[in-house]
Design a protein around this ligand. Sequence first.
Ligand code: ADP
Ligand code: MG
Length: 342
Amino acid sequence: MAFKKKKTTEEEMQELQGAAEAVEPAEKKNPEDLTMEDLPGIGPKGAQKLKEAGYSELISVAAASPGEISAACGISTATAEKIIQSARSMLDMGFKTAADLQERRKEVGKITTGSKSLDALLGGGIETQAITEAFGQFGSGKSQIGFQAAVNVQLPKGEGGLNGRCIFIDTESTFRPERITQLAEAKGLDPKKILKNIFIAKAYNSDHQIVLAEKAKELIKEHNVKLIVVDSLMSHFRSDYSGRGELAPRQQKLNRHMHALQKLADTYNVAIYVTNQAMARPDMMFGDPTTHVGGNIVAHASTFRLYLRKSKANTRIARLIDSPNLPEGEAVFTLTEKGISD
Ligand code: ADP
Ligand code: MG
């Protein structure tokens, strides 16, 4: 039996990289956009090998032990160790100081809702780097806030906007361009321009909704999107997972969806506004007889939670339920043909 010389780490790395693969100078990428192919010395061939072995993302490589990678890819533990170290250094896995975080927080933008009192309740408006959830019964104004924000985000920075565009994920087919036109005209804006800056995606089911949110990345980067509206968050999840015993898988998918939204908010400094139906709770004798759908997953994932209810004529009451830095409180606003106002 011929003696087979043990390969060196360098030889193994070269092999993983594929033949004649020129090492291109790594262009500066956003850490969020780094993929397995970007691992130094790995190349498409090595990335493929890792993926086949079940390591689909950099983070899974970073979290693996050299023994696991070595066994899965048929390479030495020394080479595996090198790959893991590269994955770890590429991913920002360290701690940030509170000062760094404060720097990032300085970039937070706020979109006016059109009502000063509602803005004040939210600490200045609908924030970027956060998920704002509005829940309430039918007709309470959840979608109207979304429409208004889709218009207002386009305003200049000094006027309550972020000079940005909007992605609107419509799951209930209630988006109406006519209503946007009305809101734009009320502000003296050109409706055609305003409509062009709102990307609508109709989600046909919960999986489609998840994919739409995860694909939004490209659109956000290329078109300066500053607001994503999901109206409504739960309707598909409710109908797709309505059977008994389906709650656990539903919550799992929902969790993934909420995380993807939060990641977009953090990475691209966009505001996320989601609506959520509230169901009447006839069994509740005391307190508020409505409860919101989605349970703890949505409650925990939302940074700000507004509970909306109808009041006299065209007034609505918003209550801030949950916020990391603002007191609970209420705001009264008006819903008219012209949109949201005090
Ligand atoms: P939901 O909370 O179910 O999403 P909406 O946000 O769509 O409800 O709010 C519906 C309410 O908005 C209507 O009941 C009405 O009071 C108001 N509204 C919607 N469009 C107009 C309009 N063009 N003019 C005046 N009020 C409107
Ligand atoms: Mg609605």
